[in-house]
Design a protein around this ligand. Structure first.
Ligand code: SF4
Length: 437
């Protein structure tokens, strides 16, 4: 179990500086840092300064001094950062100074002085995502904790039951991210489809209108922001059907990340999975009938205690039937403190590895075939990076860090964050190659 790491932010200056502070806070929060409103409880303090007029400079220098006196570990960013000599003359102890809108540098500096509390068992954001989220996409965390009690998981004991963030607060954050240049929001929480259950779907306010704290209403409101909205960590509850038309209409991305973990009813029962009694294949069929372009991503665990050859084979049969697009799979390994550790029927390591290999072989063929079927199609791509040979982006079917990439030749004139239309020329089992239309 890791100790949480806490950061205080002092934000001075104009609305633009506030957007930077929000951006920094969102990034740090999605990486698992706690944000605290006092110097005393913070492990480190960020001061976002203003250098517009003399009185603002003085106020900023005073704020840095106060943070140093009260806390001691201080990173300075914002407009005053351009006057590094002046800051250092007064406050030589600051850890690092960066300029305005240098939010990546600030987050990097935090990583250096207070490494992220990454925990592979509890983190929502993939470890690669921790390095830095580029400016054109961002994680939007809508809740903390989880009210389920999956037997292999320790998140509820670490983070407590589900606590949804008020819908107005979530929407304001989303809107600010869009204003700061974000083109894609990745909606995350431990159980995104349960959003608002703890608040009994309380009606909040956003943009002067009432808005329910509920999965569908949030997805619809986010869909009005005009950027890509991607939903992660959804469970196959019946009410998830409601958001599929939003995908078919193009309001949110036709993409669902549903961590099924297994398909055999007995194993799902032992895992105590949410929605384990749902008829998942029927649910998938309904989703695809409403939105044929839907991309389904999932993760699975093989070799869970009690998994027999027959239950493993029923998982393979499910894969064949479900035809999922993107899949991750892990051999079960016990997590300290998880209830599943006491289950009988531990699967020997070599059988776990053998099942993992059989699982991956089966799914690789399915994923490859599904990607091949996209050759010749026209798709929208969001550009992640421009390199010497061309541009690299992602289609609507690909989440950053975990899914595939689209490589586009002769596209060095593009910029990160551009949306372009391409025609797919080639595909392997993971990535695709395309040309601009
Ligand atoms: S749904 Fe299950 S696996 Fe996911 S956080 Fe909650 S308890 Fe853990």
């Amino acid at each position: 179990m890791h100790k949480s790491k806490s950061i205080g932010i002092v934000s001075l200056g104009c609305p633009k500086a506030l957007v930077d502070s929000e951006r920094i806070m969102t990034q740090l929060r999605s990486e698992g840092y706690d944000l605290v409103p006092s110097y005393k409880n913070a492990d480190l303090v960020i001061v976002n300064t203003c250098g517009f007029i003399d009185s603002a400079v003085e106020e900023s220098l005073d704020a840095i001094g106060e943070a140093l006196a009260e806390n001691g570990k201080v990173i300075v960013t914002g407009c005053l950062g351009a006057r590094e000599d002046e800051i250092l003359a007064r406050h030589p102890q600051v850890l690092q100074i960066t300029g305005a809108h240098a939010y990546e540098a600030v987050v990097e500096s935090v990583h250096r002085h207070l490494p992220p509390p990454h925990d592979p068992f509890t983190d929502l954001v993939p470890p690669q995502g921790i390095k830095l989220t580029p400016r054109h996409y961002a994680y939007l965390k809508i809740a903390e904790g989880c009210s389920h009690r999956c037997s292999f998981c320790i998140i509820p004991s670490l983070r407590g039951d589900l606590v949804s963030r008020p819908v107005g607060e979530v929407m304001n954050e989303a809107e600010r991210l869009v204003e700061s240049g974000v083109r894609e929001l990745l909606v995350v929480s431990q159980d995104t489809s349960a959003y608002g259950v703890d608040l009994k779907y309380r009606t909040g306010f956003w943009d002067g209108r009432p808005l329910k704290t509920r999965f569908y209403e949030l997805a619809e409101a986010l869909g009005d922001l005009g950027i890509w909205i991607r939903l992660h960590y959804i469970y196959p509850y019946p009410h998830v059907d409601e958001v599929i038309p939003l995908m078919a209409e193009g309001k949110i991305l036709p993409y669902l990340d549903v961590p099924f973990q297994h398909a055999d009813p007995h194993i799902l029962g032992l895992m105590k999975r949410p929605a384990s009694t749902e008829n998942t294949l029927e649910r998938i069929r309904v989703w695809r009938s409403i939105c044929p372009d839907l991309t389904l991503r999932s993760t699975f665990i093989v070799g869970f205690p009690g998994e027999t050859e027959a239950s493993f084979e029923s998982l393979l049969a499910f894969l064949e039937e479900a035809q999922l697009d993107r899949v991750g799979c892990f051999a079960y390994s016990p997590v300290k403190g998880a209830a599943a550790n006491n289950l009988p029927g531990a699967v020997p390591e070599e059988i776990k590895e053998e099942r993992l290999a059989r699982f991956m072989e089966k799914q690789a063929a399915i994923s490859a075939q599904r990607l091949q079927s996209r050759i010749g199609a026209r798709e929208y791509v969001l550009i992640d990076e421009v390199v010497d040979e061309g541009a690299v982006g992602r289609s609507r079917a690909d989440a950053p860090e975990i899914d595939g990439l689209v490589f586009i030749d002769d596209a060095t004139h593009l910029q990160t964050g551009d949306w372009v239309e391409v025609e797919i020329e080639e595909a392997d089992e993971h990535d695709m190659w395309a040309h601009l239309i």
